[in-house]
Ligand binder design. Sequence first.
Ligand code: SAM
Ligand code: SF4
Ligand code: SF4
Length: 349
Amino acid sequence: MLTEYVTEQHPITDTFSRPLRNLRVSVTDRCNLRCQYCMPEEEYVWLPREDLLSFEETSRLVELFTELGVDKVRLTGGEPLLRRDLPALVNMLARNPRVKDLAMTTNGVLLAEQAKPLYDAGLHRVTISLDTLRPQRFRALTRRDSLDKVLNGIKAAREAGFEGVKIDAVIMRGVNEDELIDLFEYGKRLGAEVRFIEYMDVGGATKWSMDKVVSRAEMLDLLGRQYGRIEPVTEVSSAPAERFVLPDGTVFGIIASTTAPFCSSCDRSRLTADGMWYLCLYAQEGIDLRTPLRLGASREELKSAIVSRWTTRRDRGAEERLQLGSRGVSVPIEGLKKDPHLEMHTKGG
Ligand code: SAM
Ligand code: SF4
Ligand code: SF4
C-alpha cells in the first residue's frame, strides 16, 4: 500500500517536491474580534455545530497526518481560545510523539486565563496577533474594546512559561504603518519576536486593495531609517517569515505573502473545524475528511485519500495572485456566503 512507504524521514511530496509537513488546525470559525482585514462584514454564515469535529476526531485525523510526515501542528481559527476546553485537545495532540512543534495563533483576548492551562497541557509555542498599541485604534480596527485584555494575555503567556512568544502584526496603509517602530519596541521590551505581515487578499478580506498594502520593501526602509543597517538572517526554513537582524542584534520577521510569496517552499495545509482539508490558503475547493471519518473509513483509506491529494498538489495561490495584472478581492461576498469555508477565519489563518 502506498502509505506504507511514507515515513517521518521521507514525507510525501507534491508535484513541486514540497513535503507535507505543516498542518494548521482550525478549531472554530467563530471569533470575538472583527478585524477589518479579516472579518469586516456585519453578518456571517457559520458552520453548523453538528459538523464540528470532536477533539477525538481532530486528534485522530492529526495522527494520520503525522504518520504521513506532518511534524508541525498549529492550532488556529477563528479564535481558537473560544473553543471550550481547548487544553484537553492540546493534551491529546501533545501526546503524539510525531508532533515536534505544537503551536497556536491567537488574538490573545482570552489568553490571560488560558495561558497556564495550555502550557501545562503541553502547548509548545504561542503567536499572538497584535496590530496596534493604541486603544482607540484597536477599537476601530477590531470593532471591540479589548486591547488591555490582549496585552495582559501576552504577559500571561510569558509568565506561564512560554518561550519564543511571537507577535504578528498586519500592517495596512492609512491604518497602522505609523506604528511599526512602536510595535517593534514593544516586542523588544518583552523579548518577543515581532513579525510584520503584508495585508493579503485572502478570502474574507473584502475591503482589500493593493494601495493599502505596505510592502516588505517599504517596511524595511522605514525600520532602516530608524535603526540603521538591517541584515537578513541566513537560515534554511520553510517558515513564511523572512527574518532580519538589526545592528543591536534584535531579530524581527516580515511575512511578504503579497509582494514576495514563498509558495515554492510551502509545506502547509489547513484542516477546518468541520474537517475539510485545504491545500492552499487560496484554494477554492477542499477535501472532505469528516464524512469518510464518520462513515467509518479505515485509517488506510483516509491516509490514501490524503496521499493521493497531496501528491497531485499544484497550488501556489499567492504566486498566481501576484502574476495577475490588476488585482481586486479574491472572493466576492456572494462567494463567501455560498461557501464560508473560503473565509480566512474558517479556513484557518
Ligand atoms: N484569531 C486568531 C488571530 O487573529 O491570531 C487566529 C486566526 S487569524 C485568521 C490568523 C492570522 O491571520 C492573524 O495573525 C491575522 O492577522 C492574519 N490575517 C487575517 N486576515 C489577514 C489578511 N487579510 N492579511 C494578512 N493577514 C491576515
Ligand atoms: Fe481578527 Fe483572527 Fe478574528 Fe480574523 S480570526 S477577525 S484575524 S482575531
Ligand atoms: Fe502555500 Fe498557498 Fe500560501 Fe502559496 S498561497 S504559500 S501555496 S498556502
